[in-house]
Design a protein around this ligand. Structure first.
Ligand SMILES: Nc1ncnc2c1ncn2[C@@H]1O[C@H](COP(=O)(O)OP(=O)(O)OP(=O)(O)O)[C@@H](O)[C@H]1O
Ligand SMILES: [Mg+2]
Length: 405
């Protein structure tokens, strides 16, 4: 995995956030050489702004001949024309200013594509796995996962699937008013042979364009969905979807752990109550220990306006991480779910919808450029009152309870 070299821990953390999950870091160039010697397949090296520029240029020149496939990016505090010229001459592929977060991300993606092409692999699609997790039940994981998937899909602009890994009691399908004929249960035993076509055959399409891989209908099937199957499923889905959103059970069961291992961005959901915070704190410590989604975790406080005496600032200090988003408690959220059209589609102007859309942008590391209140997928020239559903697929207005009856 890509390697970052810098002597400053905070800089390392911020650079790692822009690189694929699992990227590594060392503090000095000597350790970098040792790491590269052990990783002949490495394709990306990021030299941080606190390293001596002359030493970096020297390393670039040597690597240009000894490791021609290695894409070396120099990160500097300021872009200086002289250093830029020297870096290019020394064989660096890119020089990016430390403040331009998008540039390093783009450079890393280019490096991956070039490396794959040089190895004759073609540029396989590599969708990102976004897992919505909380160790506590009932905090809003499924609600967020469903709305987030729809926001990410932007009415079909991105190919998004939603995998229900709450294998015993998954309710993604019912939340989206889908009645799947197949589920992940039908992939049991196919760990070795599973392919995209087979998985697509097990999915149910929602009118928003999101494809859903539902949980089994019976809780006892859970044991037969092995961690290897979960890992294989997510790996295969990466090759066919831009984003794979995963809803999880409120526990570190072995299937959820397998999903967390494959996760690029983890959305951690908490509410403002002491038992939840205690469990989330323990979960975050466990994730630290297992090195899960380091630098790629996004804390979402749901029902964050509940007057329970714990403010978001206090929560941030308890959990030791900043909040990516705060969703208020709103009766419209449950009402939208019950009426069959999750709030992000039924009421794009609602504060919860707008926050979910901005969370989607944060998770993808993209700028928040959609005007507030515009539906995901709405064209800029289309009024927000319009439904983002194509007319032929517009939901028929049957409420959850009517459908079930
Ligand atoms: N911001 C909110 N405002 C009002 N109601 C909400 C909000 N978020 C979630 N809810 C409601 O809270 C309930 C629980 O939400 P949800 O099913 O998403 O939680 P969960 O974490 O997935 O639960 P479980 O662990 O049981 O799977 C649902 O009825 C949902 O409609
Ligand atoms: Mg749930």
């Amino acid at each position: 995995m890509p390697l970052v070299v810098d002597s400053d821990t905070a800089t390392i953390t911020s650079l790692l956030e822009q690189l694929p999950a699992g990227s590594q870091a060392v503090d000095v160039l000597e350790r970098m050489h040792a790491y590269l010697a052990e990783h002949p397949e490495e394709y990306l090296l990021v030299l941080g702004p606190h390293l001596d520029v002359a030493a970096c240029l020297d390393a670039c020149s040597r690597l240009a001949t000894s490791r021609p496939l290695l894409h070396v990016v120099l990160v500097r505090h300021d872009l200086d024309a002289l250093v830029l010229g020297q870096a290019m001459k020394a064989g660096a592929r890119d020089v990016v200013p430390v403040a331009e977060t998008g540039s390093l991300r783009a450079s890393a993606e280019r490096a991956r594509q070039v490396f794959a092409a040089l190895r004759g692999e073609g540029v396989a699609q590599q969708g990102r796995v976004v897992t919505v997790f909380s160790p506590k039940g009932g905090v809003g994981k499924t609600t967020l996962a469903v709305n987030l998937a729809m926001a990410l899909a932007e009415g079909g602009r991105r190919k998004v699937c939603l995998v229900d890994l709450d294998l015993a009691f998954g309710d993604v399908a019912i939340t989206m008013q889908l009645f799947p004929t197949h589920s992940i249960e039908h992939a049991v035993g196919s760990e070795a042979s599973l392919d995209l076509a087979q998985l697509e055959g097990l999915m149910t399409r929602h009118p928003s364009s999101v494809q859903v891989l539902a949980a089994p209908t019976h809780p006892d099937v859970r044991e037969r969905v092995t961690p290897a199957l979960v890992a294989k499923t997510l790996g295969v889905l990466r090759t066919g979807f831009d984003v794979i959103v995963v809803d999880t059970a409120p526990a570190f069961d072995e299937q959820v752990l397998a999903a967390l291992d494959e996760t690029d961005e983890c959305v951690v959901v908490a509410t403002l109550d002491v038992p939840t915070l205690k469990n989330v704190k323990v979960a975050l410590e466990t994730m630290d220990m297992l090195r899960i989604a380091e630098g790629h975790r996004h804390l979402v406080l749901n029902r964050a306006d509940d007057a329970v005496g714990l403010g978001p600032e206090k929560v941030e200090s308890i959990l030791g991480m900043p909040t990516a988003a705060r969703l208020p408690s709103a009766v419209e959220v449950a009402a939208a779910t019950n009426s069959g059209t999750p709030i992000v589609l039924s009421d794009p102007r609602h504060e919860v919808s707008r926050t979910v859309v901005s969370t989607a942008a944060v998770v993808l590391g993209e700028p928040l450029d959609r005007p507030q209140g515009q539906a995901p997928g709405a064209r800029p020239d289309r009024p927000v009152e319009d439904s983002p559903w194509p007319p032929e697929e517009r939901p028929r207005g049957l409420g959850l309870f009517r459908r079930r009856r």
